[in-house]
Design a binder for this molecule. Sequence first.
Ligand SMILES: Cc1cc2nc3c(=O)[nH]c(=O)nc-3n(C[C@H](O)[C@H](O)[C@H](O)COP(=O)(O)O)c2cc1C
Length: 205
Amino acid sequence: MHATVVYESMFGNTCAVAAAVAAGLADGGTDTELLPVADAPLTMRARTGLLVIGAPTHAAGIPAPRTRTDAGFWAQADDPLTPRVGIREWLDAVHGDARAVRVATFDTRLRRPTKPGSAANAALLELGRRGFTLVAAPESFWVGGMTGPLLPGEVERARAWGVALARTTGARASSAAASASAPASASAVTLDGAPLRAAPMPRPT
Ligand SMILES: Cc1cc2nc3c(=O)[nH]c(=O)nc-3n(C[C@H](O)[C@H](O)[C@H](O)COP(=O)(O)O)c2cc1C
């Protein structure tokens, strides 16, 4: 199976998690490609059996042009990196046979119950609406502050998540064709037959 990991990152934390997830997928025996969203193709490659998407959580969801500009101020750089194309724009532009592609999403965010909302959750809901096959619950990896760093152990956890994803999707490869023929519904996004809720998932500190 071939997996593509596509990520957006302003300060490097989601990039580090994406690299660890890709390494874990490879550990799990998956042929894996890691791409920053600016380099991701707009046509879904036929060989991509698993698409993993990662983004930082901004304003409780997927980064938008305004939040990327805000992030530029946090960067405190003379020339802050404010990319115009992120996961949100890529999802709007990418095309291909969505039913044939299994997807999983992750994000990075602050581990604070007062800041609910998750880019991974929002992205997975969007992908489900578009007819992709969802294979895992959205996963969050924690940063200690607005610009990072990742909390201790998060890179290792990301790698283990990648391994688990490789095992899950490898095991499900044979059943993917059957689920691809099921009708997609814009109103009912499900994961393993259960409704995927948009509600944020705050976790205890
Ligand atoms: C404009 C902006 C809005 C943010 N909003 C949230 C938020 O709603 N919830 C949260 O947990 N973290 C929020 N954060 C923290 C980001 O999740 C954090 O910057 C990100 O994990 C860093 O990833 P990166 O280095 O890949 O950009 C925000 C950060 C920025 C810059």
